[in-house]
Structure formats: structure tokens, C-alpha cells
Design a protein around this ligand. Structure first.
Ligand SMILES: [Zn+2]
Length: 213
């Protein structure tokens, strides 16, 4: 199996360089992505492929259920580097319908360590308990929670001192988008307009909480 992966790697290199001998030389020189993708680790949601982007065009951070928790140093480091050094223009927070991490948050907690990771989604579902309970079935509740989670994570990205500072300095960018990907169709849905900067009240709160601002 592993030998097969190596064979495919060689075939990929051959494909890239057959019509463009300097393809990798250019990539070594620099990366210049316009976009940061924060998405789920699910193997069915390959970031670059979904939006048709080549290596160097998309900075990617993935974890279970596309969380952007203010306590997660891994995500914060990616965010800071992409915003302050790479100066990405757009941040895409991408959830997907059928997300196992979100489904687990709707079930009884017996999934092991991942239950700790998805605790914020469980809290989110409790916040929207009435809305979710009014939906006709489990699939509808699951899909709605996927959307609520994407919006919440995008809002949290917008509230980081990193993004607040960058937007103030750059006339509003990076722009933040909440997307949902459909495993069934391969299409993404833009859930709403770009996520706005927090209000002055929230900005003060974010500054108070921020250790990276
Ligand atoms: Zn997922």
C-alpha cells in the first residue's frame, strides 16, 4: 500500500513537471496564498481540490469539525502567520453537511477524547435547543447544527485580536466567509454575507481576552 503511494507521488511530480519543468522551483521560492481555509479534517473534504487551487494558493488548517477555539494555539498560530505574514485577503471557515464531529455532539458523550474537543459544539446545540428540537428529524437537526457551528467559528475568527488589528490596518480585510460543503453534490454554499467586524463593545472584550493582540 505504501509503495503505491510513492508510485503515485512520482506520477504526480511527473505530471506537474512534464509541461512546466520549473514548477517546483517556483514553489520553493515562495508561497503567496490569498486565502486561509479553516475546515474539517474529514477525508472527503479536500480543501485545494474543492476550490480548484494549486499548491501555494491556499493556506490550510483542518481539525475535527472545523473549530476555531480561542484557546487553540495550533489554530491561532496558523491564523496569525497567514494574516500577518502571508497577508491573506480572505478567510474561509468551511463546515460540511454529514460532519461526524457535529453528529457526535448531538449524541450521548461516549466517543473518547474527541468528546472534549467537540464540547463547544455541544454547548452550541444547547444554546439553540428550541430551534433544533422544532426540526422534523435528526438529519435536519444535524444539518442545522453544522450551519450554526460554521457561523459560530467564523464569528470567533472575526473576534480574535489578530483579525481585528489586521482589519483596522487594512481597510476591512481579511474578509471572513462561512461556507458549508455538501458531500452529496460537491458544492459549497455561502451561508451569508461576509462576517462583519465585532461591535466596539465586543472589540473591547476581545482586546481584554487576547494574549496575541
Ligand atoms: Zn467533519
Amino acid at each position: 500500500m505504501i509503495e503505491e503511494l510513492k508510485r503515485r507521488n512520482q506520477a504526480w511530480v511527473d505530471g506537474k513537471t512534464s509541461g512546466d519543468p520549473h514548477y517546483f522551483d517556483r514553489l520553493v521560492e515562495q508561497q503567496n496564498p490569498e486565502y486561509l481555509w479553516i475546515g474539517c479534517a474529514d477525508s472527503r473534504v479536500p480543501a485545494n481540490e474543492i476550490v480548484g487551487m494549486e499548491p501555494g494558493e491556499l493556506f490550510v488548517h483542518r481539525n475535527v469539525a472545523n473549530l476555531a477555539s480561542p484557546q487553540d494555539l495550533n489554530y491561532l498560530a496558523v491564523l496569525q502567520y497567514s494574516v500577518e505574514v502571508l497577508k491573506v485577503r480572505h478567510i474561509l471557515v468551511v463546515g460540511h453537511y454529514g460532519c461526524g464531529g457535529v453528529r457526535a455532539a448531538l449524541e450521548y458523550p461516549d466517543h473518547g477524547l474527541v468528546d472534549n474537543w467537540i464540547a463547544p459544539i455541544r454547548t452550541l446545540s444547547e444554546e439553540h435547543q428550541a430551534e433544533l428540537a422544532a426540526l422534523p428529524n435528526e438529519v435536519a437537526r444535524h444539518n442545522r447544527l453544522v450551519e450554526l457551528n460554521v457561523r459560530r467559528q467564523a464569528k470567533q475568527v472575526a473576534e480574535t485580536p489578530i483579525v481585528i488589528k489586521a482589519r483596522a490596518a487594512n481597510s476591512g480585510w481579511p474578509h471572513i466567509h462561512a461556507w458549508c460543503y455538501s458531500l452529496a453534490t460537491g458544492l459549497v454554499t455561502d451561508l451569508d454575507a461576509p462576517i462583519p467586524a465585532p461591535t466596539p463593545k465586543r472589540r473591547r472584550k476581545a482586546k481584554f481576552l487576547g494574549v496575541f493582540g
